[in-house]
Ligand binder design. Structure first.
Ligand code: FES
Ligand SMILES: [Fe+2]
Length: 455
């Protein structure tokens, strides 16, 4: 017997518990839950589409996902930006097959209906013959999402006409997240978005964004070959010995790295080591990655708390920004398949040598050629696979690190926890996720996702 939407919604509180830190594995493989995610998260949230630098000239376009829909972000003749649903209003074919480029208009390859840059239907083959001029072209434009807005060049859209304005949705946590890239200079996206597919549930790729527990183990080989810039391997595997004093090979972490976690409304979060901890760990040749932080202007813009962030920001539901100026979209394709996109940013005014060095660091870390995501991807695929076993799926996920010890300080609109490495941001993301799936009003959703004083 199939479970209805209201039945699933009534079970959500039992699937994710802030009190125990336990999460039901069903949320990673259930088709109906995936459908609810598409409807109530991706059908409502502001979603990142692209950066304005990708479409500088009139007729430039970039195709981006919004849930299961594809949209074209198009630079208009007057310099404005419009977002068009990439589906022909005749019989549904995609009106554009390219992922990005420059056009004068969009001609559908099925029967030739042609749409202007603004989405208006401007050409219909056989208008005077087959249609006997009886088709009202003004009634068949390409459809558009309800709202489109930008923040410092980052373009977002939402299908929900009732969604709050973009900056209200982002709130101080989301805005700080984008500022951490935008403040680095006159930022532009390096041409060419890296795209690849992983066989895992999208939420594993999201909760890993904040996971500074795993690098020392998962990325041991990347650390060994110098792909992760840390001064020393922080593994201490000598902690566990048997009665004869033999090493049991149990990995223990010797790091006491301090972390800063910020929990935002609607499920946004920033979490990871503090800036000071990061700078203490990285070798000299990588220091330039952080130099920009130390100017008085930047410190003033980011504020005292923002200046201390050294970890990863995440804008709910799927936009991750990295320390080295990359942005990743984790795009759900099905419960078990996620597409990952990487946008790499650089300062337009940087020297050719700086640009080359940064790009080399970026592509060696993340993306299909990056060591980190190859290692992460294996874990996420296995974790997803185990949520399908009849017995394995009954074992709850345990996100208990630091639980009930996270004292939240509320300052500058931010909700800050200073502590050792933890799982607060992951738990917060799952908590917000289940509140989104209940489909409350925007006011109610915001109220429910304002962090209290303890997590
Ligand atoms: S489906 Fe596009 S012209 Fe027919
Ligand atoms: Fe990783």
């Amino acid at each position: 017997m199939s479970v209805t939407t209201p039945e699933i919604q009534s079970q959500l509180d039992s699937l994710v518990s802030l009190e125990t830190g336990e999460i039901d594995r069903r949320i990673f493989s259930d088709e109906q839950i995936f459908d609810l995610e598409m409807k109530y998260i991706f059908g409502r949230a502001w979603l990142f589409l692209c950066h304005e630098s990708q479409i500088p000239k009139r007729g430039d376009f970039f195709e981006a996902p919004m849930g299961r829909d594809n949209v074209l972000v198009v630079r208009q003749r007057d310099g404005d930006i419009k977002v068009l649903l990439n589906t022909c209003t005749h019989r549904g074919n995609a009106v554009c097959r390219a992922e990005e480029g420059n056009v004068k208009n969009f001609m559908c390859t099925y029967h030739g209906w042609t749409f202007g840059l603004d989405g208006e239907l401007i050409g219909v083959p056989g208008m005077s013959t087959f249609y006997a001029n009886g088709l009202d072209k003004s009634k068949h434009p390409l459809r558009q999402p309800a709202q489109v807005a930008g923040y410092r060049g980052f373009v977002f859209a939402t299908f929900d006409p009732d969604a709050p304005p973009l900056e209200e949705f982002l709130g101080p946590t989301g805005i700080l997240s984008l500022d951490l890239i935008a403040e680095k200079g006159d930022m532009e996206v390096v041409p060419g978005i890296q795209k690849f597919v992983l066989r895992c549930n999208w939420k594993f790729t999201v909760d890993n964004v904040f996971d500074f527990y795993h690098p020392q183990i998962t990325h041991m080989s990347a650390i060994a070959v110098g792909a992760i810039p840390v001064t020393s391997n922080v593994i201490d595997d000598g902690g566990a010995k048997n009665e004869e004093g033999q090493d049991l090979g149990v990995a223990q972490l010797s790091t006491d790295m301090q972390a800063i976690t910020m929990l935002g409304e609607y499920g946004h979060a920033i979490s990871g080591p503090s800036q000071l901890a990061v700078e203490a760990q990285i070798p000299q040749e990588y220091r330039s990655v952080f130099d920009w932080r130390h100017t008085p202007e930047t410190q003033a813009k980011l504020g005292p708390n923002g200046s201390l962030v050294g970890g990863h920001p995440h804008i709910f539901p799927t936009t991750w920004l990295t320390v080295d100026s990359q942005l990743s979209l984790r795009i759900p394709r099905s419960p078990g398949v996620t597409e990952v996109w990487w946008f790499s940013f650089r300062d337009k005014n940087a020297s050719p040598e700086e640009k080359a060095a940064q790009l080399s660091r970026q592509i060696h870390a993340f993306g299909p050629a990056g060591m980190l995501e190859q290692e992460d991807g294996e874990n996420w695929s296995q974790s997803t696979m185990q949520t399908r076993g009849d017995q394995s799926r009954r074992v709850p996920q345990a996100l208990k690190m630091g639980i009930r010890r996270g004292k939240i300080r509320h300052e500058d609109g931010l909700n800050i926890i200073e502590s050792p490495v933890n799982e607060y941001a992951q738990l917060w993301t799952y908590y917000a996720w289940k509140e989104w799936l209940k489909n409350p009003s925007w006011d109610e959703l915001r109220t429910r996702t304002v962090p209290g004083d303890l997590l």
